[in-house]
Design a protein around this ligand. Structure first.
Ligand code: FES
Length: 169
């Protein structure tokens, strides 16, 4: 049985402090749920249930509403991810232009299954629904960076850019 941790006390205090500072800087925290979740995901790397609960209490919102938003948007993740999340759009426009081959190439090069984290912890790959950039189909994103008109042959160079960033840091 999978147990869900609903205890916000288990969250890293320093990271929470960071999130609190962001929330306190907002004019309308309650009306900024998506922004708060986005920031929380950047800070924690993903949105586990206890973090969602923390956000709902902090913003005085219903926990089910917060979870509904997290589940609806494909850029939010409830599972731990690699440092860089590679999202391949499998919406209709991208699919007909070959995004399946792009996804296969990603999985092949990184030697993982979908939603798994690479051994070095750098990448995880997921397929997503339309991200609203159909004119650029097929589309792949890494974190917040979006790549359009991507072919399977371009995947290695794209991934290497992020490996390079890692080596430079
Ligand atoms: S179908 Fe891929 S961006 Fe719309």
């Amino acid at each position: 049985m999978i147990r869900t941790n609903l205890n916000p006390n288990d969250l890293d205090k320093n990271l929470l402090h960071n999130l609190d500072s962001y929330i306190e800087s907002l004019e309308d925290p309650k009306g900024s749920l998506i922004n708060v979740l986005h920031r929380a995901q950047i800070i924690f790397g993903y949105l586990p249930h206890n973090l969602q609960l923390y956000v709902s209490r902090k913003l005085d919102l219903n926990a089910a509403k917060v979870n509904g938003v997290v589940s609806f948007y494909s850029f939010f993740s409830e599972k731990k991810t690699g440092r860089y999340v590679v999202s391949v759009c499998m919406g209709t426009a991208c699919y007909v232009k070959g995004s399946e081959k792009v996804l296969e190439k990603c999985l092949d090069l990184l030697d993982v299954e979908k939603n798994e984290i690479t051994k070095d912890g750098l990448f995880s790959i997921k397929d997503v629904r339309c991200i609203g950039a159909c004119g650029l189909a097929p589309v792949l994103s890494v974190g917040e960076k979006v790549y359009g008109h991507v072919s399977a042959d371009m995947v290695e160079d794209i991934l290497n850019k992020f490996r390079g960033e890692e080596n430079d840091s």
